[in-house]
Design a protein around this ligand. Structure first.
Ligand code: ACM
Ligand code: ZN
Length: 663
């Protein structure tokens, strides 16, 4: 009877959710150092068992020995859990805050803690996320909810992309058309807006969808974040990605060559003084709303096309002795930097702000890989690393076939976690690398649930990259902690990606295929793209098939049709020739309309052995797909020529393939 009672009690305990004592090995980001001791302590829950000791001499001595930089020193803490409760040692408020975060992180899993001691401080000063609320608007409450997660992860920066072609998202009193018109559009989702002609709408009109943050809402976001030691960086795009600004205030548009008409591109006119008056007026209000030292001015992907013809731009280039349109962009960035510096703020911009000469105190956000960031650091500029090769979380995080539509690419948790912001940076420039950020562009992310799905768990990786020493990071442990945090976020009503059921990379990419053409020489009648060369001449017969990501070494790209011939070395019977192709409309990669296989015994006289026609009708928004173009043949040959013909496919551009398999 007693045994039965004990079993029943154990079952009740388990089913009531009581869990074993937790220790620091559950925390994301993983603390710098910790020890776990024999014994457990149950938190009282009212805080009366937490004692804070500022400026403890032993702790200060220990920190001094570590030669921490100022930011790390300020955030450093020691946390001890013992039989009398919790003791926190710190250098100031932020350190105490970080200690309490570690405590509440553990307590969110169980109020029973193992006796333990933690010493902790961050690796980088900047640990952030960029959220694009222009392409699909997200409101104040949603942003506050995401700040709660960033907080739990000890992150300290939320960069809001507030302005882009698809909508202006923040109240500017002096320019009411920005929110009375440019914040509203026909087409609720970005994809609808784009495919229906990119029209804006008057606020309150029946077709208007969108929105913006009012000044009161911004104040609430900024103050909520500040209490959690999170800085909100506002981004106002210029000179490109500004079609909505031109629509609301055509004064900032370029003129046609004859000076008679406005040109509505996405770029503002740096030749016109009115452009600077309006931009500075907008920045005045941004500065008033956001206490951030950094004001992000975008700077990416300006087409600069209207500048070549515009008489005002031409005049400016001549008078200021500027080196073409890049010089003109640099002129704008320099002027805006001077303006921000005069207000005690610093300019932050995407790495294109380096084109034509970087403004003297600008900080660069490196997104087109890492090379620009490394170069800027070598020039003495501060840099935040957010390379699209690791930190673009608008890319797929799992098999495209089983995922909601994304912009393309493939950055699973393991890939983002593998990033080290100091990789490739010479040691003497380490201090210029302020930290790391992941960017969530939302062209293909229309709902709140979908934003959370893209953010989590990949944001956990950014937190740990930014906080934990490189030598202490290890993916298997991180993944286990991430699965647990994903479950907790789900319990709290968030919609993270279900990491526990991750499909993983393309199965074909894990095993080499053996076939008759493996290792054989390939002749290219049309060259492969130098940018997407994979492993060069051997890529198509090396037995390696690609993963979900085309930018990796395994997929070879052709700018137009592919035409290659493989020499099998000897005449032999052949039964099958085929190759996988990759398609991603948003990246201008398409399936060929057909593949043709031609064979020859002498390398001169070829006969057609098979034709495979594409069976997939690509929609404009079809996402990423993979398709096998393969067919049986019944021939004897030494040479196999494969042609991939784009023909009338809707989106001309690249074809990508990974291996030509001959059996
Ligand atoms: C960017 O992704 N265009 C900064
Ligand atoms: Zn112009």
């Amino acid at each position: 009877m007693r045994r039965l009672f004990l079993i029943l009690a154990a079952v009740l305990l388990l089913s009531s959710g009581a869990s074993a004592a937790v220790c620091p090995d559950i925390i994301i980001p993983k603390p710098v150092g910790y020890e776990v001791f024999e014994g457990e302590y149950i938190l009282k829950g009212d805080g009366s068992d937490i004692r804070v000791h500022s400026a403890d001499r032993n702790f200060l001595r220990e920190l001094k020995a570590l030669s921490l930089k100022d930011f790390a020193y300020n955030e450093a803490y020691r946390l001890i859990v013992g039989k009398r409760g919790v003791d926190i040692y710190c250098t100031g408020d932020v350190g105490e805050y970080r200690a309490r975060q570690s405590l509440s992180y553990m307590a969110s899993f169980s109020d029973t803690l193992s006796f333990c001691s933690i010493v902790d401080y961050p690796r980088f000063a900047h640990r952030g996320i960029m959220l694009d609320i222009s392409r699909n608007f997200r409101d104040k409450d949603f942003i506050l909810r995401q700040i709660d997660v960033l907080d739990m992860l000890k992150m300290n920066s939320l960069h809001l992309h507030l302005a882009d072609d698809a909508g202006w998202r923040v109240e500017i009193s002096s320019y009411p058309r920005l929110t009375g018109y440019a914040a509203w559009r026909k087409g609720k989702e970005w994809t609808e807006w784009r495919s229906s002609g990119k029209h804006y709408a008057e606020q309150g009109s029946p077709e208007a969808t969108g929105g913006f943050l009012t000044k009161e809402e911004v104040a609430e976001i900024v103050s909520y974040a500040r209490k959690k030691n999170i800085n909100i960086i506002p981004e106002i795009e210029m000179p490109g990605h500004s079609a909505e600004l031109l629509a609301a205030y055509p004064e900032v548009a370029c003129l046609s060559a004859d000076g008679k008409e406005k040109v509505f591109s996405s770029d503002v006119c740096p030749g016109n003084e009115e452009t600077f008056r309006i931009l500075e007026g907008i920045l005045d209000e941004i500065i008033e709303m956001f206490p951030s030292t950094y004001i992000h001015i975008g700077g990416d992907e300006a087409s600069k096309s209207s500048w070549k013809e515009c008489p005002l731009c031409r005049k400016r280039m001549e008078e200021e002795h500027l080196d073409g349109v890049d010089g003109l962009q640099s002129y704008l960035v320099h002027r805006i930097e001077d303006y921000l510096e005069s207000k005690g703020r610093h300019l932050l911009g995407w790495d294109e702000i380096m084109q034509g000469g970087l403004a003297p105190s600008a900080t660069v956000m490196s997104w087109r890989g890492t090379a620009n960031g490394i170069e800027a650091a070598a020039m003495g500029h501060d840099v935040i690393m957010s390379p699209n090769t690791y930190c673009y979380i608008d890319y797929y995080q799992d098999a495209p076939l089983y995922s909601p539509l994304a912009i393309g690419g493939y950055i699973p948790l393991t890939r983002i976690y593998s990033y080290d912001p100091l990789e490739g940076v010479p040691e003497e420039h380490f201090d210029h690398i302020l930290g790391v950020q992941a960017n969530l562009w939302t062209e293909f992310v229309p709902t709140e649930e979908h934003v959370e799905y893209m953010l989590y768990p990949r944001t956990f990786a950014v937190a740990e990259i930014g906080w934990t020493p490189q030598t202490e990071r290890e993916f298997t442990s991180f993944r286990g902690r991430s699965v647990r945090l994903v479950e907790q976020l789900k319990d709290k009503g968030y919609h993270p990606f279900d990491l526990a059921n991750e499909y993983g990379d393309r199965p074909e990419s894990y095993v080499k295929v053996d076939h008759l053409a493996r290792g054989c020489e390939v002749k290219y009648s049309k060259p492969y793209s130098r940018t997407y060369s994979a492993d060069g001449e051997t890529a198509l017969t090396d037995g390696k098939q690609g993963g979900w990501a085309y930018s990796k070494s395994d997929w070879q790209g052709f700018n137009g049709d592919m035409d290659v011939t493989i020499d099998l070395g000897k005449v032999q019977p052949l039964h099958y020739v085929g190759a996988w192709f990759y398609s991603c409309y948003t990246n201008w990669i398409t399936f060929p309309e057909r593949t043709e296989v031609w064979v020859s015994e002498d390398g001169e006289n070829f006969t057609l052995a098979s034709t495979v026609t594409c069976q997939i009708k690509e929609g404009r928004e079809s996402g990423t797909m993979y398709s096998l173009f393969g067919a049986p043949v019944d021939v004897t040959a030494r040479y196999v020529r494969m042609l991939a013909v784009l023909g009338t496919q809707p989106q001309h551009g690249f074809v990508f393939t990974d291996e030509i398999v001959v059996k």
